[in-house]
Ligand binder design. Structure first.
Ligand code: SF4
Length: 146
């Protein structure tokens, strides 16, 4: 696009990248997204950013380049379908570490469609602050460990 400056190899970039599954149809996917965002808020954008996951299989060059330049590429999935890890791997990257919230912090998945027509609640009522915090702490530890 005219005038737009894309990232190129050798330019400054985030030290690490997290790819979150961000499935908005379950508590696990939403918790994954929120935990990733909390980790970025805690560590700062120089240390880590959330990668544009949809851009990877599309071959969007700046996103591919920044992912190649990252010291760590961490995938964070809500549930055993592991959409983030599989997308990252199918795009040619090997994650430094895969986090799965059902496996690693013992979350129980709740598919939100189950309550439609019965007692569907506001979205944040399905989210536990404690699970977001534990997910965030695991992500931060994974980024900081040698
Ligand atoms: S890993 Fe699970 S929670 Fe995340 S997007 Fe895939 S199906 Fe949804």
């Amino acid at each position: 696009m005219a005038g737009e400056k894309h990232w190129k190899e050798g330019m400054k970039t985030h030290e690490n990248i997290i790819f979150s599954c961000y499935g908005g149809m379950s508590n696990t996917g939403i918790t994954s997204a929120l935990a990733c965002l909390e980790a970025v808020k805690e560590l700062g954008l120089e240390k880590v950013a959330i990668g544009c996951m949809g851009a990877l299989p599309l071959g969007v060059k700046p996103v591919i380049g920044k992912t190649k330049a990252a010291k760590k590429v961490i995938t964070v999935d809500g549930c055993p379908f592991e959409c983030a890890r599989k997308t990252v791997e199918q795009s040619g990257f090997r994650p430094t570490k895969s986090i799965v919230l059902t496996r690693d912090i013992g979350m129980k998945k709740k598919a939100l469609h189950e309550d439609i027509g019965q007692d569907i609640k506001g979205v944040m009522e399905y989210i536990s602050d404690d699970e977001v915090k534990r997910g965030k702490e695991l992500i931060v530890k994974t980024i900081l460990e040698k």
